[in-house]
Design a protein around this ligand. Sequence first.
Ligand code: GAR
Length: 222
Amino acid sequence: MTAPRLRVAVLASGRGSNLQALIVARDAGVLPVDFVVVGSDKPNAGALQLAKDACIPTFTLNPKDFANRRDFDFELFRRLDASGAQVLVLAGFMRIIDGEALAPWVGRMINVHPSLLPKYRGLHTHRRALEAGDAEHGASVHYVTAELDGGPVIAQARIAIQPGDDEGQLAQRLLTFEHQLLPAVLKLIAEQRLDLIAPNRVALDGKLLDTPLQLRHGALVD
Ligand code: GAR
């Protein structure tokens, strides 16, 4: 008998190219997961249409319909609980989440962030890397904790900043690596090879990582 596939929920606020990369990996047979729901805070998010096209159930919650962030977040997680998801992926979900609301999901919730964390938490990461004159830039996938973009980093992709790069070019070039990084990390989770060791360490195959895994030629290496 084959093992049941991991049930995954995805939250996204925008165009959804990372969601699309996950769906492509699943369809290619390299990512053994089922997507049980895609949620968004933006009714027009491209991610919702991509999910519908892939026959994944969707929902939208409008923050304006809630008295405060905390009420929104508790309703969000009520929906995610109801979906039966075991793991939650933030794929361009552009909201800060209440620490108490997310607490039950710590250890089974990951986020893709366009910087080499701990550098450049928050917004405008590409611009900040360029302004700092950095030689390299990158993306990180990390476990989500109450600290914004502060949870333990699982894996990173690094790219060189080229002379003449502007913010858009850099973002676009990095995105293609995000599309490899996120499915690769989710695959490790689906294979039950990754753990968050409280409070802030990552273990691969039961061994603590001293540094994040690195994406090289499409594969994650220690
Ligand atoms: C991605 O670059 C992702 O790393 C970033 O938003 C973009 C979403 O693109 N996430 C964050 O900045 C989270 N702090 P997508 O909608 O095409 O996947």
